[in-house]
Structure formats: C-alpha cells, structure tokens
Design a protein around this ligand. Structure first.
Ligand code: SAH
Ligand code: SF4
Ligand code: F3S
Length: 458
C-alpha cells in the first residue's frame, strides 16, 4: 500500500476548464482536500496530487486532455507516488476507458461523484484506482457541503445540476445527467456560511437556472430562491447563470425590480437568429419571441446588461440563416456576445445531420460576428463615459507599487480600472466616475465609498 506523503505537507495542483459548474466542482474538491490538509500549488512538479477538471463542450476535448496529461507523465515516472486524477465532463464520458489510453492516471471522477473525492483518496492504493461515473438522480445535502470556491470575495453556488433540454448540438445532458435541484434550505445555508466567511457576491449557477423548481428536489421557484438569497444578511451582490430564453418568466423579470442586490446582468444565450436553425437546434423559441423578451427587459431596465452565446456553422446553416443571425445581433445590441464555431459532439443528434458547414465558412462567419459585436460593445461602453458607477473592488493591484491601480466590476459586470489614493480592500464598494471606455473595460476615477446598506445598482 502506498500512502500519501504527509511530512512536508501535501500539495494539490488543479487545472480547471469549462463552465461555472466545473468551477463549482473544483471549489468543492478544494473544500474536501482542505479537510485532508492539502494546500494548493501552482507547480505540478511540487504536487502530490494533480487534478484535471475537463470540459467537452467544444473542440477536440479528448485530444486536449491527452496532451495535457502528456506533460505529467514524466512526473509520474519520476515519482510513482504522485496521484493523477481526471474529473469533469471528459472523465464522465470516457470513464474507465481513460485508464487504457493513459495507464498512469490513478482516478477518474465523474460529474456527479465529486463529493466522493476524499473518501476515495483515503482508500489504500488498489481500491483507489477507480472510475466513479454513475449518475445519482436526486441530490443529497452532503454532496455540496464543502464549497471552497471563493475568490476575492466572490463565490459560485450550484443550485442544481444536469440538463433535460437536449439541444441537438450539446453534450451537456450526457455529461451532467438529468436535471436535479438542491433544496432551498441547503442552498441558503451555504450562502450564509459563505457570507459569514467574507463573501460579498454570490453567483447561483446551473445549466438552466430557470428550470429550478421543476425537476426533482426543489421546493420553491427560481424567482423565489433569488429573493431568498438576496435577503441573506450581509450579502451585497447576487448574480445567476445560465438562463434559457424559453423559460424566462415575467416573475423573474419582476425580481430585478424588487431585489436591488440582484446585479443588472442577464446572460441569455440565443444561439442563432434563424428560425429554421433554432428549430433544428431544438431551442424552443423563434427569433421574434427572443427579441420580444429582450425588448421587454430593456424597456423595464434600460441599464441592464444583456449578453448572449451564438453558434455559427450549425449543420445546414445557409448564408440566409447567417444573415438572420446578423440581423438579430444588430437588433438586440447585446453588451457582449460569446460566439463559437459549431463543433460536432459525439453522440449528439446534430453530429449526424447532413449539411456540415465547411471550416472556412464557419471561420468567416465567426469573424463577421466578432467584428460587428466589437463595435456594439465599444459603443455601449462609450455610452457610460461620464456616468457614476458603483464598483465592487476585485483586484487591489498585486504588483508592489501598484497599490493604487485598482480594478473592480459594476453591477452589470463591466470591469473598471481606477486609481485611488487610499488603500481599498477586496470586496469594498466605491463610486467611480467613468472617464474612458475601451473594448473590454472602462477607466475611471474614484469619487467616494458607496454608502453601506445601500443597494449596488449600476
Ligand atoms: N446551458 C447553457 C449553455 C451551456 S454550454 C444554455 O443553454 O445556454 C455554453 C455554450 O457553449 C452554449 O450556449 C453554446 O453557445 C456553446 N456550445 C454548446 N455546444 C456547442 C457545440 N457543440 N459547438 C459549439 N458551441 C457549443
Ligand atoms: Fe446544452 Fe441546451 Fe442544456 Fe444549455 S440548455 S446545457 S445548450 S442542452
Ligand atoms: Fe464543459 Fe461540462 Fe460545463 S462540457 S461547459 S464543463 S457542463
């Protein structure tokens, strides 16, 4: 039996890819490892445990994993006691097959078994070499009890897992399983504990948060959960993602009005502006229905930031379909867009569709979107010049001598760089006048501390 070394302390090196669900899983693994007295290290060669938390939503995910693992193979040869674990969506998909492909892997931990990491690491070696990838159905309270995913006063809190939507291009329902929700009391207990530990901003995360309350486990609606979370003593900002446009309700839109600590940002992935492509994607709305929702939201909250995801080159996407997407982008005037080239995912419906679009056309369409959106984003940022924004400090300037170069975020999520003669702590809230707009950030000057107890509304 090979025991984990303890004399010099134990170190874990973690690499995380993918979405906020993976960030949350990493946070939970870190929580469990902290209980086992592990410390984190930035250096794989100093680690006793290496965990790669993988994503398979696009590109050559498997290939990418093997090339990352290749970097650690030599370390394992030098130090056979080193433990290499693969977690996340690629781990879930490939399971025990990973041992065959990369025999130096010790542990494969699927997306619904993150909470078992500690128990497995404590096993003697032969029992530790396992692939745990079974889906569990409903959520037990203890699965989410160890979140250590706090970063500069911010934390991701998972409210649910899985997805039942089966958009035809998407791997997530296969890698994350069926939708299940956590009980509101468990979520609120976690939020309170985080806030007591100094967290000021909580992001409630799920692949489709608007379904919270519909699948197994939840006892209140999502808008109600938002109101309850926002009522947590000491919490300053609440965010959530991701929302599915087909499920955005009037009640959810109302919550922004009633709940000032709820940040003025809505990420609402549209994916395409063409009705026939949306239908083939199985998104459950038309471009006109989507635009109507964004119009209603903007009418009510003119300063809200709307962001979106778009896929170009879905099978069968014609020039006319792409034109429809460009029209939608020009009409919706998103504050920002994340545009992706369609990537066929093994086992998904769309991977077998006829009419796969050639790579150079996909690349051209992506560039076209990015150029247009750059102008729209910059214009939106410029419109904020001269305005006063409430900013929560995230970075006080890590370099020596850079104490006065501070950055933070507005309620709508924009990054603001500013100077302040006095030292400010992470998580403090200040009022800043915006003096210049750039593509990805704003520049400003410190005016005053924001009044505590007053909501942060940009
Ligand atoms: N649950 C969220 C998004 C999950 S994945 C939602 O429904 O909106 C994040 C983004 O990745 C998606 O919004 C989509 O734009 C993109 N994506 C997912 N599958 C993809 C694929 N096969 N190829 C390219 N982009 C994809
Ligand atoms: Fe994927 Fe669609 Fe589920 Fe989002 S809603 S995770 S895009 S299947
Ligand atoms: Fe990637 Fe899995 Fe998230 S595929 S986007 S890490 S749910």
């Amino acid at each position: 039996m090979v025991a984990l070394s303890t004399e010099r302390g134990r170190y874990v090196y973690l690499e995380t890819f993918g979405c906020q669900m993976n960030e949350n899983d990493t946070g939970r693994m870190m929580g469990l490892l902290k209980d086992m007295a592990f410390k984190t290290t930035e250096r794989p060669d100093a680690a006793d445990l290496i965990i790669i938390n993988t994503c398979s939503v696009r590109d050559k995910a498997e290939h990418k994993l093997y090339s990352i693992l290749g970097r650690f193979k030599e370390l394992k040869e030098e130090r056979p006691g080193l433990i290499i674990a693969v977690a996340g969506c690629v781990a879930q998909q490939l399971g025990a097959a990973l041992f065959k492909r990369a025999p130096y892997i010790d542990l494969v931990i699927g997306t619904q078994n993150v909470h078992r990491l500690k128990e497995i690491l404590e096993r003697p070696l032969p029992l530790r070499r396992v692939a745990v990838t079974e889906f569990r159905g409903s959520i037990d309270a203890n699965e989410y009890a160890h979140n250590d995913a706090t970063d500069g006063g911010k934390a991701f809190v998972a409210i649910m897992r899985g997805c039942d939507n089966f958009c035809t291009y998407c791997i997530v329902p296969y890698t994350r399983g069926a939708e299940a929700s956590r009980k509101s009391s468990d979520i609120l207990r976690e939020v309170s504990a985080l806030v007591n530990d100094g967290v000021k901003e909580v992001t409630l995360v799920g692949q489709n948060v608007n379904s919270y309350g519909r699948g197994s486990g939840a006892d209140v609606s999502f808008p109600e959960l938002l109101r309850m979370t926002a009522a947590t003593d000491g919490i300053r900002r609440v965010r959530f993602m991701t929302s599915h446009p087909k499920d955005i309700s009037g009640e959810l839109i109302d919550v922004f009005q009633q709940t000032p600590v709820l940040c003025r940002h809505l990420h609402l992935p549209v994916q395409s502006g063409s009705d026939s492509i949306l239908k083939m994607m199985r998104r459950g709305y038309t471009a006109a229905q989507y635009l109507e929702k964004t119009r209603r939201i903007r009418q009510r909250y003119p300063d809200i930031s709307l962001t979106s995801d778009i896929i170009v080159g879905f099978p069968g996407e014609t020039d006319a379909d792409f034109e429809a997407t460009m029209l939608l982008i020009n009409e919706a005037r998103f504050d920002n867009v994340f545009a992706f080239i369609y990537s066929p995912r093994p086992g998904t419906e769309a991977a077998g569709y006829a009419g796969q679009v050639p790579a150079e056309i996909k690349a051209f369409r992506l560039q076209t979107i990015l150029e247009t959106q750059r102008e729209i984003t910059l214009a939106g940022n410029r419109a904020l010049e001269g305005s006063i924004q409430e900013v929560m400090v995230e970075d006080r300037g890590a370099r020596p001598g850079a104490e006065r170069k501070i950055s933070g975020r507005t309620s709508c999520g924009r990054i603001v760089h500013f100077h302040c003669e006095e030292g400010l702590s992470t998580g403090s809230e200040v009022r800043v006048i915006i003096t210049a707009a750039h593509q990805n950030s704003l520049r400003g000057e410190f005016i005053a501390h924001a009044a505590q107890g007053q909501a942060t509304v940009a």
